[in-house]
Design a protein around this ligand. Sequence first.
Ligand code: NAD
Ligand code: IPM
Ligand code: MN
Length: 358
Amino acid sequence: MQKIAVIAGDGIGTEVMPEGLRVLRAVAERFGLALRFDEFDFAHCRYYEQHGQMLPDDWKDRIGGHDAIFFGAVGWPATVPDHVSLWGSLLKFRREFDQFVNLRPARLLPGVRSPLAGRGPGDIDMWIVRENTEGEYSSVGGRMYAGTEREIVIQETVMSRVGVDRVLHFAFELAASRPRARLTSATKSNGIAITMPYWDERVEAMAAQYPGVAVDKFHIDILCAHFVQRPQHFDVVVASNLFGDILSDLGPACTGTIAVAPSANLNPTREWPSLFEPVHGSAPDIAGKGIANPIGQIWAGAMMLDFLGHRAAHDAVMAAIEAVLADPAAPRTPDLGGTASCAQLGEAIARAARIARS
Ligand code: NAD
Ligand code: IPM
Ligand code: MN
């Protein structure tokens, strides 16, 4: 029996999560997987409004023993400032569970139109490997002379040798396993002149151990331009926490909609549970309308199945997503140019997952 902690969160997190679970239950039944889903009613802003914190004091005991965490989205800025809700939940999980790799695919799927002219399926197929526990997301710093004209705020970027090397190692291994074996590093060593040259130095050191991997690097500004102008170049892209955050919205946007993109927050040592979620947030602008696209959540579920050792079930979910997207008669949510509801798209994928090849 594998135990999965389920946390839906805020906004459309509560709408896409049931669809993610619907598809997981469908393939669990088909493949005879012993999965137990334990739903937790915390790590959302409604909880904060009642308790003054995002999590109960014993949160780590309650979810730390699970095999994985299936997560929706957190944030409701109308009632709780984003940095409070996110540092009180998702970012805490990433750190406390040492989920140091954030693995995010950007793939143009059949039946989805890229906003980039002339791009079709196969033209965009990359893995973004984002450092997930340090870097620009640091709590080192503070505010001085608050409220005066001398007010000053400082937030340090932290890069440790262990922290940089372990995410690079993951990215190089991934690149080495791919047919094109290309790794691109996101840098900004021209302007950020202490941490980024260090990042480049560690990339070069790691590259020496992987002669079969073709390595290049671009400053983050021109890298964003290349994502748009020649996305077919990219295979594995490794980036610091902030640069990886930005690239992992840009990459999926180039594939048509950020709503399909999944995210695996991995603790590769498996000492702690890994966390699987869509890349997108709680989308307050469409929350409550039932029109959110559930594919990011469903694809995140597929990545979780793979991580838990259920490759055939993963393949069935991916085949189902692709079959539904490629079918012009299948339901499509508004972000995909259709009028279907979140549940209609989720149901169609669950149905397809019961029969899709694996
Ligand atoms: P967002 O991803 O929530 O939304 C950005 C835009 O994309 C919105 O127009 C939204 O309607 C659309 N969108 C997002 N997901 C969609 C889906 N599944 N289907 C259709 N359209 C979708 O980003 P934001 O507006 O910057 O953030 C909103 C809140 O979510 C904030 O509180 C933010 O901090 C939080 N957030 C949380 C996570 C997370 O939990 N991992 C990620 C990003 C943002
Ligand atoms: C993401 C999100 C988070 C991040 C926010 C909500 C803190 O944008 O998972 O990409 O910046 O990591
Ligand atoms: Mn992001």
